[in-house]
Design a binder for this molecule. Structure first.
Ligand SMILES: NC(=O)c1ccc[n+]([C@@H]2O[C@H](COP(=O)([O-])OP(=O)(O)OC[C@H]3O[C@@H](n4cnc5c(N)ncnc54)[C@H](O)[C@@H]3O)[C@@H](O)[C@H]2O)c1
Length: 250
């Protein structure tokens, strides 16, 4: 029970890695506030947790909307008294957009991926400050560090922005007992919003480039998020951990 009695909010938790983190956190004793914009799937995740004896609720939280953040964090503090862990996981894919130089899509990628995490850090840290501190875990990507064919520049820019905000926020909030770290997944199951990355030929070629020779599993990312969320990483802040089978080590 590595998160016993902890209160955790996870964005984009209705599918993929956010869902895996929510189930994992609940198994480790946390009360999980599952948030997303896909209400039916998010509600199902919270129900699944409760059906297994865990504690969870679903709340709609559009990470691009500051009023939505204010409402969610106020709800957490009113009902649970504090916020111990925030996972800024929500995001949209920048892979194989029909126009890889679309300006409108650049703006959307920065809006959801980067602004969403900025607002999360802002409101999450405000809730943690003065209440015992906490842990913020941001989802970046290998695209923050390396180039890949078929990835919109805006996706790389948004993930690079999250990586930079992670280091700056870690220093800014260290004195308040708030740790801020990042997890950078490599080749994982396609995102809900992916287009061509579901193509088996593209995926097979990508897997060839992974030293471990396989795609990662969402649980393998959730386990690293858990490490950064828990007291096992109590002296770790400002780092980005690659979960990529060695992709960026080459
Ligand atoms: N899947 C991969 O290959 C991969 C690789 C590297 C990094 N990542 C990153 O990991 C994170 C999780 O990805 P995933 O694979 O689980 O994707 P996913 O699409 O399964 O999950 C992302 C969730 O974010 C939600 N979301 C989208 N816009 C939102 C908004 N405005 N407000 C709130 N929620 C919103 C979606 O509804 C979805 O449930 C993302 O930040 C992604 O960029 C994914």
């Amino acid at each position: 029970m590595r998160l016993a009695d902890k209160i955790a909010l996870i964005t984009g938790a209705s599918s993929g890695m956010g869902r895996a983190a929510a189930l994992t956190f609940a198994r480790e004793g946390a009360t999980v506030v599952v948030t997303d914009v896909e209400d039916a799937d998010g509600t199902a995740v919270a129900e699944e947790i409760r059906a297994h004896g865990g504690q969870a609720e679903y709340r709609r939280l559009d990470v691009t909307d500051e009023a939505s953040w204010t409402a969610a964090v106020t709800h957490v503090l009113d009902h649970h008294g504090r916020l111990d862990v925030l996972v800024n996981n929500a995001g949209i894919s920048g892979t194989f957009d029909p126009d890889l130089t679309s300006t409108a899509f650049y703006d959307r990628l920065l809006q959801v991926n980067a602004r969403g995490v900025f607002l999360g850090i802002k409101h999450g840290a405000a809730a943690m400050s003065g209440r015992g501190g906490g842990s913020i875990v941001n989802l970046t990507s290998i695209a923050a560090s390396i180039g890949q064919i078929g990835v919109h520049l805006g996706y790389a820019a948004s993930k690079g922005a999250i990586k930079a905000m992670t280091t700056t926020a870690s220093v800014h909030y260290a004195g308040e007992g708030i740790r801020v770290n990042a997890v950078a997944p490599g080749l994982l199951p396609p995102m809900r919003t992916s287009r061509g990355s579901t193509d088996p030929v593209w995926r097979a070629k990508q897997v060839e480039g992974v030293p471990m020779g396989r795609t990662g599993e969402v649980q393998e990312v959730a386990d690293v998020i858990l490490f950064l969320a828990s007291a096992e990483s109590s002296y770790v802040t400002g780092v980005e951990i690659q979960v990529d089978g060695g992709y960026t080590a080459q």
